[in-house]
Design a protein around this ligand. Structure first.
Ligand code: SF4
Length: 61
């Protein structure tokens, strides 16, 4: 599974709070997925983070 954050991130920080192993905030205050591919043991957490994103910009595929 690969995680990407699309450009419409509003920088709420939720994904980093839920799954800091995969998501972090960059210098612009926006989220990025910094570990790819997502390790299998973290897939559920990454899905949780995607589900909680208020603007649905986390893509898992
Ligand atoms: S949860 Fe969504 S909007 Fe919030 S920081 Fe993460 S990608 Fe951006």
């Amino acid at each position: 599974m690969y995680a990407t954050v699309e450009s419409d991130c509003i920088g709420c920080g939720s994904c980093e709070a839920v799954c800091p192993e995969i998501f972090r905030m960059n210098d612009d205050g926006l989220a990025e997925a910094y570990v790819n591919p997502v390790p299998s043991e973290l897939e559920e957490k990454a899905k949780e983070a995607a589900d909680m994103c208020p603007v649905d910009v986390i893509i898992l595929e």
